[in-house]
Design a protein around this ligand. Structure first.
Ligand code: NI
Length: 152
């Protein structure tokens, strides 16, 4: 995170602040600043997604693999998405159900519509697409490779 922090004051109704404090305590935030920063980031990500920016995301699915043609349809969809599919994790949950997590990268609108189609398929029990962007916005075109960095 940038060390270039700026402090600013906010005028807010007492009740609204009390409700927010209770909310962030339930969420486990240690202080208001981090909670507010997270809300700001989430809003900016939503805006990028709405504008159809280059995004990264995960599509999580639980489905019944006995439903006719579903496994084939899901594989077909991933082939159609091509390079937008970065990686897939598959877990055989029980006799009937599979969990699949698909890591996606690409145009927000394209990922959203592909995910909507998958989630609407018969046999998909539950699922959700979560999209995010890297702070600082859109990666350069062609800069699709994950950059190497250290975790310290
Ligand atoms: Ni399975």
């Amino acid at each position: 995170m940038s060390s270039d922090l700026v402090r600013f004051g906010i005028a807010i109704e007492k009740d609204l602040l009390a409700a927010f404090d209770a909310h962030i305590a339930r969420k486990g935030y240690g202080n208001r600043s981090e909670a507010i920063r997270d809300r700001i980031r989430a809003t900016l990500i939503e805006e990028s997604v709405a504008k159809g920016a280059e995004v990264t995301g995960t599509l999580t699915l639980v489905y019944d693999h006995h439903v006719r043609d579903l496994t084939e349809k899901l594989t077909e969809m991933q082939h159609e998405l091509g390079e937008a599919v970065v990686s897939t994790l598959h877990v055989h949950l029980d006799h009937d159900h599979c969990l699949e997590v698909v890591v996606l990268r690409g145009d927000a609108a394209q990922l959203q519509s592909a995910s909507d189609r998958v989630l609407a398929m018969r046999g998909v029990v539950n699922g959700r697409l979560t999209l995010t962007t890297v702070p600082g916005g859109r990666p350069k075109h062609g800069a699709r490779k994950t950059s190497r960095h250290r975790h310290e």
